[in-house]
Design a protein around this ligand. Structure first.
Ligand code: EPZ
Length: 420
């Protein structure tokens, strides 16, 4: 098993070329099956979750080639609508194959998806929306068998909560339904917009993405397309935190400024000087950050739950008391006991509230990542800590941060990837 060894206390400085967005690339790769022809995806991040998705595509008969950041999927030869459990368990976004396979074959057999351990993560909203579209869902022996004996039909679908995954699955399944499907209370995350843009590039008729009401007029023939995955807003926040933990300064490009608007006020309140020029973000952190009164994670355009852990790592050494409330997932605080091992003073209360009393400095410790974002938070904390930290179970981090150690070394960090 590999781990990171980090000597903390080096001020980070330099420029980062930002990776493509994981949570956009994963559903778009699944969507290539619905598109049915040849899709060329540029700026695709090189991550283990992408490898797992490519394995699923190959399993159902797609021809996939990878050339650096360009992934080409020829889905014309896909001939299976079944994804076995060992592939489904690799990650949460495997569930998006459900909508993609239904759009292509009118049926799908999958299992419950895996993914980071951050709470229960049910898929009830995905399944009930599909049922409302005429899809018969049978669950037995761990399998979820979906079929549409009378065809998939367009529907008006109000979501009980704006689930990202459910919105993506409906978008895809609706492609094969004649008529207009309307998603109300749809997720507004930029990744939904990127998926919709890819599908439009393939000829789909989708409007309203980025807003609460999304309309899909299905039944159109889709065609080949080339598409560039948008920059990863969560990776941008992660590198900003890494620099901020060391009192450093960083330039990140390309970014889409609007996508960062939920996180920038937090950095500014903490005392960082943040400037945007076109698609470039420049941030300089003070020698010591100040506390941020209250951060609450919410669906977009609220503060992203995926940036909660890293921001907590940053506030662990800020002057004063900060409060973070996790409102999206029920159990996304696994990083707290590990940050405490490094000297952080963080108390938790019911309802997902964490109270962070900033300490002047963290110290090195042996810590363990238990999910992707919590793992990158530990790395960020270690960069600013005194002495040596080892971070174990970094396979979690490999799921979402492209060449993390290499990028950080480019900024002056002392971080090595080692084998146990
Ligand atoms: C996506 O997960 C992302 N994953 C997550 O990123 C991200 O944290 C999340 O959206 C919220 O922004 C991918 O895009 C691959 P949800 P998803 O459905 O689709 C509840 C990362 O670190 N819910 O919007 O699973 C659910 O339990 C990952 O990159 C139901 O109750 O998120 C959660 O509390 C982690 N029933 C809330 O909704 C359902 O049927 C939001 O989940 C579906 C969801």
């Amino acid at each position: 098993m590999e781990f990171y060894r980090i000597q903390g206390g080096r001020r980070l400085q330099g420029a980062v070329r930002l990776q493509g967005a994981k949570n956009s690339a994963l559903p778009i790769l699944a969507a290539t099956v619905a598109a049915g022809g040849k899709s060329v995806l540029h700026h695709c991040p090189q991550l283990t979750d992408i490898d797992a998705t490519v394995a699923m595509l190959r399993h159902i008969g797609c021809r996939v080639t990878q050339d650096g950041e360009t992934v080409t999927v020829d889905a014309s030869a896909a001939d299976s609508w079944e994804i076995p459990e060992h592939l489904m368990r690799e990650m949460r976004s495997s569930i998006i194959f459900l909508g993609a396979l239904i759009a292509r074959f009118g049926r799908a057999t999958v299992t419950q998806p895996g993914g980071c351990d951050i709470g229960l993560r049910p898929i009830n909203l995905h399944l009930s929306a599909l049922q409302a579209m005429g899809v018969r869902v049978e669950e037995s022996g761990g399998q979820i068998r979906c079929s549409a004996p009378d065809g998939v039909r367009a529907a008006e679908l109000p979501l009980a909560l704006p689930s990202v995954g459910a919105t993506e699955n409906i978008l895809l399944a609706a492609l094969c339904a004649q008529g207009e499907t309307v998603i109300r209370n749809a997720a507004r995350e930029p990744e939904i917009g990127d998926l919709a843009s890819f599908l439009r590039a393939c000829g789909a008729d989708i409007t309203g993405d980025g807003e609460s009401t999304v309309r899909i007029r299905g039944g159109r023939a889709l065609h080949d397309a080339a598409f560039t995955i948008m920059p990863d807003r969560i990776a941008a926040a992660t590198y900003m935190v890494c620099a901020a933990c060391t009192g450093g300064s960083i330039e990140i490009a390309p970014v889409i400024p609007e996508h960062l608007s939920p996180v920038l006020p937090v950095f500014r309140e903490a005392g960082c000087d943040v400037r945007l020029q076109g698609q470039t973000l420049c941030m300089t952190a003070p020698a010591r950050l100040t506390r941020v009164r209250s951060v609450q994670t919410m669906p977009y355009p609220g503060f992203p739950t995926d940036a909660q852990a890293v921001v907590m790592a940053m506030l662990a050494t800020a002057q004063g008391t900060s409060v973070i409330t996790e409102k999206v997932f029920e159990n996304r605080f696994h990083h707290i006991p590990e940050l405490r091992k490094m000297g952080a003073d963080i108390r938790t209360a019911d309802c997902g509230v964490a109270v962070i009393e900033g300490v002047p400095r963290l110290h090195g410790a042996a810590v363990t990542a238990s999910d992707l974002r919590g793992g990158s938070a530990l790395v960020a904390a270690a960069l600013g800590a005194e002495g040596e930290t080892t971070v174990a179970r970094i396979a979690h981090i490999d799921r979402g941060c492209e060449r993390f150690a290499q990028v950080l070394r480019g900024l002056g960090a002392d971080i090595e990837r080692e084998q146990e």
